[in-house]
Design a protein around this ligand. Structure first.
Ligand code: ATP
Length: 242
C-alpha cells in the first residue's frame, strides 16, 4: 500500500534540549495511526514539525515520496495535510457553518467547495443541527467536532489530530470515535496524538508509543497490551492524564 507520510529518524531541539530523537512514523491512506505518550513526551512537537511549524535538526519527512522537510506550513497544507491542534481553535464570532466553510475560501482544490463541505458534515452529521450557532455557544465536544470538520473541509488526504479526546465528557467520546471511522472510510489517513492510552479506538491500525522524545514501541493495540514494560509506561500515561 502506498505510504502517505513517512517520517524517518527525526531529531528536534527546542531551547537547547533534544525534544525528539530518531522519531520514525509512517501513515497509509485509510489507516488510523496513533502516537501515544505522556504529557511532554513530544507528540505535539512531532505533529508541528511535520506541518512545518517547527524546524528539525536531522531526519527525513516524506509525503508520497517527496521530501517536505523545511517546507513552509502553507505549502505542506497545500499538498493535502490537515492539522487539528490541541484545544479549540474554533472562531467564536463565526457560526459553525462559517467556521467549516472557511478553508474552502482559503484553499482551492480540484474538488468543488460544496463537495468538500459535504464530506466534512458526513463525518459529524450532528453539526447540521446547529449550523447557525456561534462558536462561543458550543460545548467542548461540539467545538472539537467543528475543529475536525474544518480541517476536513481542506480535503486533506492525511489528518494530523492532536488530542482528539482530551477534556471531553464520556458521552461525546464515541461520537468522536465514530467520526474517526468515517474519516478513514473516506480513505484519508489519520495520525492521532493521544496522552491517554485508554482513549485509543480499538480500530486503530498501528500504535507508536513515545517516551521522552523517543519511539519506544510500534505495533498493534493487542501487541502493546501484551508488552508489560510498555504497559507500565502507558499506566504512567494514564495516571498523568486522569
Ligand atoms: N517552545 C519550546 N521551547 C522549549 N521547550 C519546549 C517548547 N515546546 C515544547 N517544549 C518541550 O518539549 C517537550 C515535548 O513537548 P510536546 O508539547 O511536544 O509534548 P506532548 O507529548 O505533546 O505533551 P502534551 O500532551 O503535554 O502537549 C516537553 O518537554 C516540552 O516542555
Amino acid at each position: 500500500m502506498n505510504t502517505l507520510l513517512d517520517v524517518k529518524n527525526l531529531h528536534v531541539q527546542l531551547a537547547g534540549n533534544e525534544v525528539l530523537r530518531e522519531v520514525s512514523i509512517a501513515v497509509q491512506p485509510g489507516k488510523l495511526v496513533c502516537l501515544v505518550g505522556r504529557n511532554g513526551a513530544g507528540k505535539t512537537t512531532t505533529l508541528r514539525t511535520i506541518m512545518g511549524y517547527q524546524a528539525a535538526q536531522r531526519g527525513e519527512i516524506h509525503w508520497k515520496g517527496q521530501s517536505i522537510m523545511g517546507m513552509p506550513t502553507h505549502s505542506v497544507a497545500a499538498l493535502g495535510l490537515g492539522y487539528t491542534p490541541e484545544g479549540s481553535d474554533v472562531f467564536g464570532d463565526l457560526t459553525v457553518e462559517d467556521n467549516i466553510a472557511l478553508p474552502t475560501w482559503t484553499r482551492k482544490t480540484d474538488k468543488p467547495a460544496a463537495e468538500r463541505i459535504e464530506a466534512a458534515y458526513a463525518v459529524f452529521p450532528k453539526l447540521l443541527t446547529y449550523l447557525h450557532r456561534g462558536g462561543h455557544q458550543l460545548s467542548g465536544g461540539e467545538r472539537k467536532m467543528v475543529s475536525i470538520a474544518r480541517a476536513l473541509a481542506l480535503d486533506p488526504e492525511l489528518l494530523l489530530l492532536d488530542e482528539a479526546f482530551e477534556g471531553l465528557s464520556p458521552a461525546i467520546l464515541p461520537v468522536i470515535s465514530d467520526g474517526l471511522k468515517r474519516i478513514l472510510a473516506q480513505n484519508r489517513g489519520v495520525l492521532l496524538a493521544e496522552s491517554n492510552f485508554y482513549h485509543l479506538p480499538r480500530f486503530a491500525d498501528r500504535i507508536y508509543v513515545i517516551e521522552r522524545g523517543e519511539i519506544v514501541f510500534a505495533g498493534t493495540l493487542d501487541e502493546v497490551e501484551r508488552d508489560a514494560a510498555v504497559m507500565k509506561i502507558i499506566k504512567g500515561v494514564d495516571e498523568v492524564a486522569a
